[in-house]
Ligand binder design. Sequence first.
Ligand SMILES: C[S@@+](CC[C@H](N)C(=O)[O-])C[C@H]1O[C@@H](n2cnc3c(N)ncnc32)[C@H](O)[C@@H]1O
Length: 319
Amino acid sequence: MSGAVSRNPDEAQRVALTADALAGLSAARKTLPCKWLYDAEGAALFEAITRLPEYYPTRTELQILQDSGQEIARAVGPGAAVVEFGPGDGAKAVELLGALSAPAAYLPVDIAPEWLEAAASRVASAFPGLRVRPVVADFTHPFELAGRADGSVRLLGFFPGSTIGNFESDDAVTFLRRTRGTLGCGAHMLLGVDLVKEAGLLVAAYDDSAGVTAAFNLNLLARLNRELGADFDLSGFFHRAMWNADKERIEMHLVARRMQTVSLAGRKFRFASGETIHTESSHKYRPERLRAMAEAAGWRAADMWTDPKGLFSVWLLAD
Ligand SMILES: C[S@@+](CC[C@H](N)C(=O)[O-])C[C@H]1O[C@@H](n2cnc3c(N)ncnc32)[C@H](O)[C@@H]1O
């Protein structure tokens, strides 16, 4: 799909979702892009995930932002406009903007209008004088910020939640390189990155005992039924989260419980019993690898903060 979804966002998104679903389900190893997990249902389920005892990333990253806010503010300097990629509910932006000195504006960028609205109104009510300009766009494609920010204002990119881990490593470098161009001269980027750790902790974070992550994953099939008229039988699939040690990533899959055929957009897709749809990868990084990726993209890794247990990291990249 193209980057900015503007004239008829619903139709543009439906066309893009159809194209991605047909391509992904036709592949030898079936897959669906994780960006489609976040419709209104998915957004609500993800928010519930962030409150689960097993899901350490959100509370750990928020704590790092709270503890290091003053240092981040000093390094960034006054008057920066914050461009947030994938803001979710905007809670982390509120923390960051509260620490920064005289932020000029807040520009959340998200593919899901439901998220954007929530993040923009949360930030606007926390900072009544602040300029808030939401941008509906797919950040895996080039998109325009022009006209959204005053050209003379320095930009601070903000990409929390380890959403960068959803990219394959090469795509993460491409994203970081392109973002450096989008943010322009003198920009900074604040990046939240989940770290490699013991597999048991990781799997539990993506396969909680209450089954919320399972519902979040299965909602993707429900979305294809709702929006594209597909006929997935949700009881025919179950959620699996697994640690792929070679690739240092958690993979989420939907596993077919039995042989079955599903129709979508006039096509039929056959599933063998046990066949999976790979719906999300969450790569975990070692600090030296993340630093190398940032440098390969033309950024300088200026600083890094972590929590006492070394679970999560927040990086400040400089142009
Ligand atoms: C895992 S949530 C993280 C939310 C929040 N940043 C946090 O740290 O809790 C991912 C966010 O990125 C958005 N997103 C995922 N893929 C996207 C894409 N390709 N383009 C734009 N937004 C995307 C989702 O809609 C959602 O708001």
